[in-house]
Design a protein around this ligand. Structure first.
Ligand code: LLP
Length: 469
């Protein structure tokens, strides 16, 4: 095993016994090394995937997405049933939306949560029943609201007093009664492994309890609107139930007060369920989370002498996150040795912050493995970086990789199914990679990759595009 006098490795990172091993929590269940030690996902080897689709490539395991969707559905169904109510699960499309994914999750019984016209149009193009779509956002435009109301969207989650009037006007123009929820800011904000509870949280989403009470009174006055209940989302990549429990308890106080003025049939507690990004992350199994969260709501209702509302949840990351694996080709490697004697191997790949902005944006941690073979070298501390002109262009900040990793190796970064493709950019005019779905030994493109021509097509200074809008 490699060791140096001073290590740049963070404390949490363990030197692996085998730097080719795949930690089960971070990879799709189908991931394994085949007889030639090549990584295989959904029955397709990484080398075949790359031969057919090139690098970088986001690979999404369809069976894994469907299984996670089913697990959420059945866990919340069972938990709700145990307390005499029902629960709906909306897939939060912001994590990653394409028509294929919308079809998979809806076929598994989920609804879809969108937060822009674009996400709404993808869901509609996938033939998602509009009455099973929820529309979020703190600044939905009049035309977005109009479109949503016209197609018969199931619920609009209103985020401000101004929006209530906009939705009411759209409903009356379309001559429908629009169901709405009111998003509240419970003052609970969950950090990855912890949560903070403050009286008033200083952020843009939701209304304070006082404002929400006024908002509900206004909604109840308006004939074009039907008040369904409260919505609260406390954050993302949350471990454990403490944050959900605290938030639900606060929101139930308001829910209880609102019952004096009429029915409050629903309570939506949002998404935010955490996943494993590295082998040290240990998320609570969904069956247990669902049971504990629903039990906490039931306790809260019993304590206030009220009956259980219907429930709704909005997982995004936990449905698609660990179903995704990004494949890159290693271009160069470089050992950087510091004056202290500590060193780190920089491994440069042919993508970077344009296909995965999470490390640069949030300091997110990922892991990586050589995909095209089993490395034979000792584990060395490495940093996987992209090809962008920016030193913060890091894909995997800290990982032990076999010392013999080099140009031409394929590198796989797992747990990239959520908030990677959806946050991707064309920084440095790098085309966005394709997304392929794998299942039963086959791969198919679900989102086409961009070409240089696609990039040039938007430049109005190129003669072929002149006059183009
Ligand atoms: N519902 C609402 C109202 C939300 O705002 C979100 C996420 C979700 C559901 C889904 O949360 P999830 O289950 O996926 O954690 N780009 C960040 C995450 C932003 C989450 C925004 N809202 C990241 O890459 O970590």
């Amino acid at each position: 095993m490699h060791s140096s006098a001073v290590s740049l490795a963070p404390e949490w990172l363990v030197v692996p016994e085998d730097p080719n091993a795949l930690a089960p929590a971070v990879w799709p269940a189908s991931a394994h090394r085949d007889s030639g030690d090549v990584l295989s996902i959904g029955g397709v080897s990484a080398t075949d995937l790359i031969r057919d689709h090139g690098t970088p490539l986001l690979v999404l395991d369809e069976v894994e997405v469907r299984a996670r969707a089913r697990a959420f559905r059945s866990s919340f169904d069972a938990a709700a049933k145990a307390h005499g109510t029902t629960a709906s699960v909306y897939y939060a499309g912001k994590a990653f939306l394409s028509t294929a994914i919308a079809r998979w999750v809806t076929e598994e019984g989920l609804r879809v949560d969108v937060c822009t016209r674009g996400e709404l149009e993808v869901a509609l193009a996938a033939d998602v029943d509009p009455s099973r779509i929820g529309f979020h956002g703190n600044n939905k435009s009049v035309s977005e609201i109009e479109r949503a109301v016209q197609v018969g969207i199931g619920t609009i989650i209103v985020d401000s007093a101004i929006e209530i009037e906009r939705v009411a006007e759209a409903a009356s123009r379309t001559d429908v009664v629009q169901r709405v929820l009111v998003r509240v800011n419970s003052g609970v904000h969950a950090e990855t492994h912890d949560f903070l509870a403050t009286a008033h949280e200083d952020q843009k989403f939701g209304m304070t309890f006082a404002d929400a009470e006024t908002a509900v009174a206004r909604i109840r006055e308006l004939p074009g609107l039907e008040f369904l209940g409260l919505h609260c989302h406390i954050g993302s990549q949350i471990f454990g139930v403490a944050g959900f429990r605290e938030s639900a308890s606060r929101v139930l106080d308001l829910h209880h007060r609102l019952l004096a003025g009429g029915e409050v049939p629903l309570l939506n507690l949002g998404g935010g369920f955490g996943i494993a990004y590295t082998s040290v992350d240990d998320p609570t199994p969904i069956e247990q989370l669902a049971a504990e969260i629903v039990a906490a709501v039931a306790e809260g209702c019993a304590a206030r002498g009220m009956s259980m509302p219907q429930l709704a949840f909005e997982p995004g990351r936990a449905i698609v996150g660990t179903a995704g694996v990004t494949l890159y080709e290693v271009g160069t490697t470089k050992e950087v040795r510091l004056d202290s004697g500590a060193s780190r191997l920089y491994v440069s790949v042919d993508g970077g912050m344009s296909d995965n902005a999470r490390t640069a944006l949030y300091g997110a941690q990922y892991s990586a493995r050589i995909a095209s073979r089993a490395g034979t070298g000792v584990p060395v501390l490495a940093r996987v970086v992209g090809k962008h002109c920016e030193s913060g262009d890091i894909v995997v900040d800290h990982e032990y990789l076999p010392a013999d990793i080099g140009p031409g190796d394929l590198l796989a970064v797992p747990a990239t199914g959520a908030y990677c493709a959806s946050l991707s950019s064309n920084y440095n005019h790098v085309p966005r990679p394709p997304v392929v779905a794998v299942s039963d030994g086959r791969s198919r493109v679900i989102v086409r990759g961009e070409s240089i021509d696609d990039l040039l097509a938007r430049d109005a200074g190129i003669s072929a595009n002149e006059g183009a809008r």
